[in-house]
Design a protein around this ligand. Structure first.
Ligand SMILES: [Zn+2]
Length: 431
């Protein structure tokens, strides 16, 4: 199995396999790699890294509840040692549900209970997840396109937390935990100097950074980039990320970390410069462009999140929620505005027809990016003006299905497909 995982990692780096075909934020992949002696990497949702020491195993990340048993089984074929310590790289639910399986095993074997370590902001995240379980259930179903996906309300909280740095010595191996705000406010990246390994959590995920997620809380791109540069400064030989595959070799690791840092820094700089000039959010999201050279890197493809959404998050971090359009400060109800516009142009059917015609491309067959965006506005306006009209509903379903097809990111596909499904279902069985 070792060769499979590392061989795939190498082919991905060379661009011989398209990252979209092995989506880094996907399901359980199975297998186990031993990229260096005493270190195991289980590609999973999310990845789990294990270090073997004479006192027991140290896990960095533990996976989601769906994969906990499988990951445990995979690691048990690799080592018989007890779990000594588990480090949560952050509190996202795909990283923190593996511990109970190991705890049950320790209890039945009569071993000491494992200790869970995380950053001090992590428990407040679990508290928030419990308080907003309904919201998170809805948006996760939308984001991943899996209706019925349940959101957990019980969590294995950490036993030990730290603020800025923490050194752990387990069986003679040194684990240096560093806090950084980045994808979350509670991230930990772990440097293991004996193996020259960095476990970076979701600060690198083999995709354009998840720094803009439209439905989730604030992300911190500038501090994120600084953390990546700090990691690069240690000259790791191996980068074991929370999603995607290992990056092997000092040069590749440095390149992956600094390229990602450059992408984030550039988005921050461009956005803040326009904010300082007094630009509106609308102008900024259409003016800021990521470096085409960086966007060609196989590990920076916008398959999960995308730079346009990062720009919005930078606006939210440094500015307020108001986007600069005076009419949007205290807007009319959407339905009232849509009804007014539909009436002015001759009815919702006119808007719907134009939306469909915008999907028909030019000479090369493909609609332009702006045409697709406009089609979305017009179909949504028609639907808001005539929410119970099945013909309009079918147009909305068609238009957002087309937008989903042209989108690259999980985030955009999730929202567009949800809208399309909603209208398709309503058109089939109007209430
Ligand atoms: Zn993750």
């Amino acid at each position: 199995m070792t060769d499979d995982v590392l061989d795939t990692a190498d082919k991905l780096w060379r661009g011989e396999i398209d990252i979209a075909s092995i989506h880094p934020v996907g399901g359980y992949l199975g297998g186990l790699a031993e990229p260096c002696d005493g270190v195991a990497f289980v590609p999973s949702f999310a990845n789990v890294t294990a270090f073997s020491t004479p006192e027991g195993l140290v896990l960095v990340d533990t996976g989601s509840s769906f994969v906990a048993e499988a990951v445990h089984g995979e690691l048990r074929r690799w080592s018989e040692r007890r779990l000594h310590t588990a480090v949560y790289s952050h509190g996202h639910i795909d990283h923190v549900f593996g511990v109970p399986v190991w705890e049950a095993e320790s209890a039945s074997e009569g071993w000491p209970a494992p200790v869970v370590v995380a950053h001090e902001a992590l428990p407040a995240r679990f508290d928030r997840y419990i308080a907003t379980a309904g919201y998170n259930e809805v948006i996760n179903q939308r984001q991943f396109g899996v209706p019925g996906l349940r959101w957990p309300t019980e969590y294995r909280y950490p036993d030990t937390t730290y603020r800025s740095q923490l050194e752990l010595d387990v069986g003679g191996t040194d684990f240096r935990l560093h806090h950084a705000r980045g994808e979350t406010d509670d991230h930990t990246w772990t440097w293991v100097p004996d193996h020259k390994v960095v476990c970076c959590g979701d600060l690198f995920i083999w995709a354009s950074p998840n720094a803009g997620n439209p439905q989730k809380v604030q992300r911190y791109p500038k501090e994120w980039a600084a953390a990546l540069r700090e990691m690069a400064g240690l000259e790791p030989e191996l980068l074991l990320p929370g999603h995607g595959f290992p990056v092997v070799g000092t040069d590749r690791v440095r390149q992956a970390l600094t390229d990602t840092a450059m992408l984030l820094e550039d988005l921050v700089d461009q956005t803040v410069a326009l904010m300082n000039e007094g630009a509106r959010l609308d102008e900024i999201i259409h003016a800021v462009l990521p470096s085409p050279q960086l966007m060609e890197r196989p590990y920076l493809q916008p398959v999960y999140d995308e730079p346009e959404f990062v720009v919005r998050n930078i606006w939210r971090l440094y500015g307020g929620w108001w986007e600069g359009n005076p009419a949007a400060l205290k807007p009319a109800p959407e339905r009232a505005l849509a009804g007014e516009l539909a009436e002015l142009c001759g009815g919702p059917g006119v808007l719907a027809d134009r939306a469909l015609s915008l999907l028909v491309g030019g000479d090369d067959g493909a609609p332009s990016d702006t045409a697709l965006r406009l089609a979305g506005h017009l179909a949504e306006t028609a639907s808001l003006a005539a929410p119970h009209d099945p013909a309009i509903g079918r147009v909305r379903a068609t238009v957002f299905a087309a937008l989903a097809e042209h989108a690259t990111s999980t985030m955009a596909k999730g929202v567009f497909n949800w809208a399309s499904r909603e209208s398709a279902q309503r058109a089939e069985s109007p209430s």
